[in-house]
Design a binder for this molecule. Structure first.
Ligand SMILES: Cc1cc2nc3c(=O)[nH]c(=O)nc-3n(C[C@H](O)[C@H](O)[C@H](O)COP(=O)(O)O)c2cc1C
Length: 158
């Protein structure tokens, strides 16, 4: 018997992670953004990362259609941005400062780092899909990261 969802959630809540908003656009040009903590470095050469997106999210289809996405790593001051993109609003970009990159994908202005990716692999991951992207370019502004741990937001204390 595998671990129950409750046991699984409880154990995973003890793993601290950064918080990202992953953005993309669908075939009609509609912008999508979703709060994602399941972001991970995969390979250095070539540079690759992965994100896991729940199949029931409103944005899931767009990642397959687009072929491009951006990982925006959030600053410690951006827990409100994380909550905003974790909601199921139809239009999420009205109030959030961003630009569009050459793929037409939103790049959040106040993120501490952004990675422009092209989709290389879409893999089945149970109730999530695993999207592996080649990192085409990066912008690392720097700053304090937002941390998610034990169902809440934290900052690194120095
Ligand atoms: C801190 C945090 C981390 C999250 N990480 C993920 C994740 O890694 N993958 C995922 O599919 N959803 C994740 N979510 C949930 C999505 O952001 C949420 O389902 C969102 O409403 C999806 O938006 P959409 O339905 O408009 O696509 C996370 C939410 C929070 C608050």
């Amino acid at each position: 018997m595998p671990a129950s969802p409750e046991e699984f959630r409880s154990a995973l809540s003890q793993f601290a992670s950064g918080v990202t908003v992953v953005t993309t656009r669908d075939a009609n040009g509609k912008r999508h953004g979703i709060t994602v903590s399941s972001f991970c470095s995969v390979s250095l050469q070539p540079p690759m990362v992965l994100i896991c997106i729940e199949k029931t999210t409103g944005s899931h289809y767009a990642f397959g259609e687009s072929g491009a996405f951006v990982v925006n790593i959030l600053a410690s001051s951006q827990s409100n941005v994380s909550e905003h993109f974790a909601s199921r609003l139809e239009e999420k970009f009205g109030e959030v400062k961003h630009t569009l990159n050459e793929d037409g994908v939103p790049v959040l202005t106040d993120a501490i780092a952004t990675l422009r990716c092209t989709l290389r692999h879409s893999l089945d991951g149970g109730d999530h899909s695993i999207f592996v992207g080649l990192v085409e370019s990066v912008n690392a502004r720097g700053g304090e990261p937002l941390i998610y741990f034990d169902h809440d937001y934290h900052q690194i204390k120095t």
